[in-house]
Design a protein around this ligand. Structure first.
Ligand code: ZN
Ligand code: ZN
Length: 366
């Protein structure tokens, strides 16, 4: 009996298809049943999607940062908008303390203190005031320094993803100013300005002189505060217990007492808060690093410790040398003219390159 030709034809086609399928499967090295062109397109799409957000450094911090990005954006926006309000607040609060000092305290000092104490209070008070005003003005008005946006030969360490320009060493992008800042420390809302290479000294000197001023007011006004506080307590007590006679204080006395309490509470609070910040920045300056570099250096130290190595900050020249570089002290008289007195000298270097130690060759970086 002869086999049916149609049956043979179908059998032959089935065998050929099986062979093709097997060849295609082996040639592609996997068991996918999808055609090659589909799998190629799928692999390309997968690579494209991955390349948009994935990199080998992705970790939980990056994911958390990405999730927090809207909050950061909102904070940046508010800080930018309220920058002028913060500056006005600093000016108004400082002026209110000055008003109390000149109208309320100065006549008291002149009438009751001995001549040496009068000289001390007037001399120190005015030096401190001048330091605060000068450094605050300079810190707010001096540009922190920006990297060049045109083509140049300056060495750089990375490229800013937002500005699309090369970033020299120690340069970071400020989301509030929306630009890159040379040797960026942080964005200060109280200055409405970034703290960077060209105004960091002014910022630190302002913090230091403001802290000293607040400590001075807090210490010298302590007894007056205690008197005013007890006077107000007596006045409140007699008023609420309907006792006679009424307190012997006039309206002027009451205003004076309230002003003294306001001054003491404000200056003591600022002395503690700003004092802490000033000490922290003094520690950073001693180590030759900025606030941002503190985090970077810590992470780098941890990373290198895992490999059994010790990380050394390349911008640390030793504690005293760091301070000399920071204040621009080249000779002994500069401690007076550039540190204790207001000085508008520019910092060392251009903030773009950091390879040369600026003061003396015998000071070897450590
Ligand atoms: Zn940038
Ligand atoms: Zn900024």
């Amino acid at each position: 009996m002869r086999p049916c030709p149609t049956f043979l034809l179908v059998l032959l086609r089935w065998v050929r298809l099986r062979m093709c399928a097997r060849r295609w499967r082996y040639s592609n090295g996997n068991n996918s049943r999808l055609p090659l062109c589909v799998r190629q397109r799928w692999a390309y799409l997968k690579l494209m999607v991955n390349s948009l957000y994935y990199n080998s450094l992705t970790n939980s911090d990056v994911i958390m940062d990405s999730l927090m990005e809207p909050i950061f954006w909102m904070v940046d926006l508010l800080t930018r908008w309220f920058g002028s309000v913060f500056v006005c607040l600093v000016v108004i609060l400082t002026s209110s303390i000055l008003l109390i000092a000149y109208v309320g305290l100065l006549p008291l000092i002149l009438n009751t203190y001995s001549p040496p104490w009068i000289v001390w209070h007037i001399g120190y008070g005015h030096w401190n005031l001048f330091m605060i005003v000068f450094h605050y003005y300079k810190a707010t008005k001096t540009a922190p320094g920006y990297p060049p946006t045109v083509k140049n030969d300056i060495p750089f360490v990375s490229v800013c993803k937002k500005c699309i320009i090369p970033k020299p060493a120690r340069t970071h992008h400020c989301g509030i100013c929306n630009t890159c800042i040379l040797k960026m420390d942080h964005h200060c809302p109280w200055l409405n300005n970034c703290v960077g290479h060209f105004n960091q000294r002014y910022f630190f000197c302002f913090c230091l002189s403001m802290t000293l001023g607040c400590v001075y007011c807090s210490i010298s006004g302590r007894n007056l505060f205690l008197d005013a506080y007890s006077a107000i307590e007596v006045h409140t007590y007699t008023r609420f217990t309907y006792q006679t006679p009424p307190p012997p204080y006039t309206f002027r006395d009451k205003m004076f007492h309230k002003s003294i309490i306001y001054m003491w509470v404000l200056t003591s609070t600022v002395a503690v808060a700003l004092g802490g910040l000033t000490i922290w920045h003094a520690v950073l300056i001693s180590r030759g690093e900025t606030s941002i570099e503190r985090h970077i250096n810590n992470k780098e130290a941890e990373r290198m410790a895992k490999h059994g190595k010790v990380y050394k900050n390349p911008f640390n020249y030793g504690r005293l040398n760091n301070w000399k570089v920071f204040f621009g002290v080249e000779k002994r008289s500069h401690w007076l003219t550039r540190v204790l007195l207001p000085s508008g000298h520019a910092p060392y270097g251009n903030g773009l390159t950091w390879d040369i130690y600026p003061i003396r060759k015998d000071m070897i970086p450590v």
